[in-house]
Design a protein around this ligand. Structure first.
Ligand SMILES: O=C(CO)COP(=O)(O)O
Length: 124
């Protein structure tokens, strides 16, 4: 049974992610949440939601989430990407995007898409 949601946000998107998690905390609370380190800590502080923390993105957190997608059980990845800022770990980011596409895992890389897929994640 798929029951994991992964949450990731680049630095200049973290406030957006926190607001998103607050808005949708009722839905998110039904899932096992995993997140890159800093994003997950911010979400936990702001919402009280339990979040399994991976490494920070630049330290391999995106790769850990990619491995979880391969392992199975990830219902969706919400990854708020900063399109205006180069990341030192760009290869890891591209690998995560590729793995999601390979595995047919729903992947939102901007807030508009994240909002659009949330109704489909609402538990019956
Ligand atoms: O860099 C990231 C994703 O590529 C996010 O990592 P943090 O949540 O640790 O800042």
């Amino acid at each position: 049974m798929s029951s994991i949601i992964a949450l990731i946000a680049h630095d200049r998107k973290k406030d957006e992610m926190v607001a998103f998690a607050q808005k949708h905390s009722a839905i998110l609370s039904h899932y096992h949440l995993i997140a890159t380190g800093t994003t997950g800590a911010r979400i936990n502080q702001a919402t009280g939601l339990e979040v399994q923390l991976m490494q920070s993105g630049p330290m391999g957190g995106d790769s850990q989430i990619a491995a979880q997608v391969v392992a199975g059980g990830v219902t969706a990845v919400i990854f708020l990407i900063d399109p205006l800022f180069a990341q030192p770990h760009e290869p890891d980011i591209q690998a995560l995007l590729r793995i999601c596409n390979l595995q047919q895992t729903p992947l939102a890389t901007n807030l508009a898409t994240a909002e659009a897929i949330m109704p489909s994640l609402s538990p019956a």
